[in-house]
Design a binder for this molecule. Structure first.
Ligand code: CP
Length: 330
């Protein structure tokens, strides 16, 4: 069965664990040079309507490892720049017989909308302030590699929670797997509905990261700020920067994470970004493997419980039997 990957919030714990397991298995196979699923019958549309380095390249690298082809697509250079709607764009790609879509869009819910008009799996590569599910999956693999488990960990998510899809996906994933989540930041960068998110809110950095096992820094998303939500960048850094001094409040063996891109000297200093606590490069590397897992899973690979169905295209049906073959080989 084919399925979409739109949000961690709507996944069962078992589905999250399955995706993490698959990501770890993909990593093992790539690093050991073992056989990988052969998905060579499939063409993925890589639709990036917002800038991206990590997510775009890692989805392309993931598709490459799985022998899929990708068709790259952005707003500039497409007919959307002539006024074509997202709906008509998605319908066009459907009838050009693409098999799946990876979508990044500034509007929350754009990938969900795409599922209405596209005939195959849709994967959310980050939508507005909503979710970034594959970022959270890669982060979970990174934490598991260092800490062995997620259950019982204290995880502080620090900074611009208001605008962060990474914060939301991580909070849902980590809390579903039994971690305690703290959101830390200024009132102006905390969502008004924070009570609906799975975690406690702290406005003081020291209180929020005290004894944390993981300190996850968020980027100040200046491009999504309509007004002046921080009085000055300098003042923000003074109060909320994760650095050599403030890290002393967290556990001595805490991990420092950041989804990137980093504003060095604002959210964190060089010691936090590059020092012994940092696992930022592992987050990037694991992003490739969980995106392989996500692509494989969305085309019917893995265990088949509680799947979120996506309609099939004739070409995709053919490809499904390919993933079956690949599983049999693996
Ligand atoms: N973390 C993340 O989504 O980075 P990019 O914007 O570079 O893809």
């Amino acid at each position: 069965m084919q399925r979409n990957l739109l949000a961690i919030r709507h996944l069962e714990r078992e589905q999250i664990e399955e995706l993490i397991d698959l990501g770890q298995e993909m990593k093992k196979r790539v690093l050991e040079g073992k056989a990988l699923p052969d998905m060579s019958g499939l063409v993925m549309g890589m639709l990036f309507f917002e800038n991206s380095t990590r997510t775009r390249v890692s989805f392309e690298q993931a598709a490459h490892y799985l022998r899929m082809k990708s068709a790259n697509f952005g707003q500039a250079g497409s007919s959307m720049s002539k006024g074509e709607t997202l709906k008509d764009t998605i319908l066009t790609l459907r009838y050009e017989r693409l098999n799946g879509l990876v979508i990044r869009h500034r509007a929350s819910g754009a990938p969900q909308l795409a599922t209405k008009y596209f005939g195959g799996p849709v994967l959310n590569a980050g939508d507005g302030q909503h979710e970034h599910p594959t970022q959270a999956l890669g982060d979970a693999v990174t934490i598991l590699e260092r800490k062995g488990q997620i259950k019982g960990l204290r995880i502080a998510i620090v900074g611009d929670v208001l605008h962060s899809r990474v914060a939301r996906s991580n909070a849902w994933l980590l809390s579903k797997l039994g971690a305690k989540v703290n959101f830390v930041g200024p009132r102006t960068l905390m969502p008004s509905h924070s009570g609906m998110l799975p975690g406690d809110v702290f406005f003081e950095l020291q209180e929020g990261i005290e004894d944390a096992d993981v300190v996850m820094c968020l980027r100040l998303q200046k491009e999504r700020m309509n007004g002046s939500l921080v009085s000055s960048i300098g003042e923000y850094a003074k109060m909320y920067q994760v650095n050599r001094e403030t890290l002393k409040w967290a556990n001595p063996d805490c991990l420092v994470m950041h989804p990137g891109p980093l504003n060095r000297g604002i959210e964190l200093d060089d010691h936090a970004a590059d020092g012994e606590h940092s696992v930022i490069n592992s987050q990037v590397e694991n992003g490739v493997f969980v995106r392989m897992a996500a692509l494989y899973w969305c085309f019917g690979g893995g265990r088949k419980k509680n799947a979120e169905p996506a309609p099939e295209t004739p070409k995709a049906s053919k490809a499904k039997s390919k993933t079956k073959t690949a599983r049999a080989k693996a």
